[in-house]
Design a protein around this ligand. Structure first.
Ligand code: NAP
Length: 359
C-alpha cells in the first residue's frame, strides 16, 4: 500500500491563495510523489470526501466557509531537458513554479515560452486553462501531458489533440474531477527567435530580433506595471489575476455591443473598441476595456476589496476582508457591463467551497 503523508487539520486556505481569502480545509495533505497522490485519493474515496487539487492558489476563490473535503497540495518537483533532433523537450513536473520553468527555458536559449513569463502558479496548472499571454499559449508548444486518471488511478500520456485545447480552455477544465496533471512536456526551439505578436511587446524593441531574455524582461516589466506579478510589496497584486475571461462573441453580438457603446457615448466610431477576430470567425472582446467603459474605474475601493489600480480586470483584496465582499464586488462589475453592453462576463478563477456557482 502506498504511503499516505501526514494529514493536517485546520489549515486556512487564505494562506494558500494569492487573494489571501478563504476559510479552512477539513483536511490538508502535501504530496511529493505519484504514489502519495494515489494514497491521498484513495483516502478521500474511502471516506467519500470531495477533493481539491491545489497548485499555486493563484486562480482560486475559496468560500469563507472553507472546503469540506481533502485538499491535496501538489508538490511533485523536477525539470528535465532532452534533445530530439532540432527540438528540445522540456518536461516539468506539476509542482514546479511555472515562472521558474520559463526562466530556465529562456536561460537555455529555448524559444517558445518566453511570453509566458511571470504568470503565477505551478506548471501543472498551465494546460488546464491553456494559459496564454502576449500571443503565446501553452498548447502551441505542448508535446505531451502526463496525467493520473482518477477513474482508475492509472497514468496516461495525453497528446495535445486529446487535451482538446481551446481559448483558455481544455478537457481538464471541462472535466475537473477526472484528471490530475503530473507533468507537462514542451517541444521548444533551441536558438529560436522570440515571439513578438502583440503590439505592447513588439513596440518595446527597435531591433528586429531581441534576445529571448530581453523579451522575458519586457514581459515581466509589462506585467509588473499592471500588478500582474505576485509581489508582497505591491498591494494591487493580491488578486486572482484576471477575474473575468475575455468574452467571445459572434458578429451579431459584436455589432450590438458596438451600437450600445456608440449610443452610450463611450466611443464615437466602431474602431475605437478593441476586438480581435478568432480563427473560427468569432470575435474576442477585451473584458478590462468593457469594465472600465461600463463605469468601473481602476482603483475603485469597496471596504477591504476593490479593483486593481493598474488593471480593471483584477479584483484585489486589501486585507481583512471576506470572499463574500469580493464576490459582491464581482457581481456589481458584471451587472454594470451587462447593463451597458449587454455582455455577460464569465469568471475565470476556480470557485471552491460553494454549494452553487456564486456568480
Ligand atoms: P492587454 O494588453 O491590456 O490587452 C487586452 C486584451 O486584448 C488581452 O486580454 C488580449 O487578449 C487582447 N489582445 C491584445 N492584443 C491582441 C492581439 N494582437 N491579438 C489578439 N488579442 C489581443 O492585456 P492584459 O489583460 O494586460 O494581459 C496581457 C496578457 O496576459 C494577455 O495576453 C492576457 O491574456 C495575458 N493573461 C493571461 C492570463 C491567463 O492565461 N490566465 C491571465 C492574465 C493575463 P488575450 O487574453 O487573448 O491575450
Amino acid at each position: 500500500m502506498d504511503a499516505l503523508p501526514e494529514i493536517v487539520r485546520g489549515v486556512s486556505l487564505s494562506e494558500h491563495t494569492s487573494l489571501g481569502l478563504g476559510g479552512e480545509a477539513e483536511a490538508y495533505i502535501t504530496v511529493r510523489e505519484v504514489a502519495e497522490l494515489k494514497a491521498a485519493l484513495r483516502y478521500a474515496e474511502r471516506r467519500g470526501m470531495p477533493v481539491l487539487l491545489l497548485g499555486g492558489g493563484s486562480n482560486l476563490v475559496v468560500a469563507d466557509g472553507g472546503f469540506a473535503g481533502l485538499v491535496i497540495a501538489l508538490g511533485m518537483r523536477g525539470v528535465e531537458l532532452q534533445r530530439e533532433g532540432d527540438v528540445a523537450l522540456l518536461t516539468a513536473r506539476a509542482g514546479e513554479s511555472w515562472d521558474a520553468v520559463v526562466e530556465y527555458s529562456v536561460g537555455e536559449g529555448l524559444a517558445g515560452l518566453e511570453c509566458l513569463s511571470g504568470i503565477p502558479g505551478l506548471a501543472g496548472a498551465t494546460p488546464v486553462q491553456n494559459v496564454g499571454a502576449y500571443g503565446q499559449e501553452v498548447s502551441q508548444r505542448l508535446r505531451q501531458v502526463d496525467v493520473l486518471d482518477r477513474a482508475n488511478l492509472e497514468r496516461r500520456c495525453m497528446t495535445p489533440e486529446a487535451c482538446e485545447f481551446g481559448y483558455r480552455d481544455s478537457l481538464f477544465k471541462r472535466e475537473p474531477e477526472r484528471f490530475v496533471v503530473l507533468s507537462v512536456t514542451f517541444a521548444l526551439t533551441p536558438g529560436g527567435a522570440p515571439s513578438l505578436r502583440y503590439a505592447p511587446l513588439r513596440d518595446a524593441f527597435t531591433d528586429q530580433t531581441p534576445s529571448l531574455s530581453r523579451v522575458r524582461e519586457q514581459v515581466l516589466r509589462l506585467r509588473r506595471a499592471k500588478s500582474m506579478l505576485l509581489d508582497p510589496s505591491d498591494p494591487n497584486s493580491r488578486s486572482a489575476g484576471s477575474f473575468f475571461t475575455n468574452p467571445i462573441v459572434d458578429r451579431t453580438t459584436l455589432n450590438e455591443v458596438l451600437r450600445r457603446a456608440v449610443e452610450a457615448g463611450v466611443i464615437e466610431s466602431v474602431d475605437e473598441m478593441p476586438h480581435y477576430a478568432l480563427d473560427d470567425g468569432r470575435i474576442k472582446l477585451a473584458a478590462g476595456w468593457l469594465i472600465e467603459r461600463a463605469g468601473v474605474a481602476k482603483g475603485t475601493r469597496r471596504g477591504a476589496v476593490g479593483v486593481s489600480a493598474h488593471h480593471a480586470l483584477a479584483l484585489v483584496h486589501h486585507g481583512g476582508g471576506r470572499t463574500a465582499d469580493l464576490l459582491a464586488l464581482a457581481r456589481d462589475v458584471r451587472a454594470k457591463v451587462r447593463e451597458r453592453f449587454g455582455v455577460e462576463l464569465l469568471p475565470e478563477p476556480v470557485m471552491v467551497g460553494f454549494e452553487r456557482a456564486p456568480l
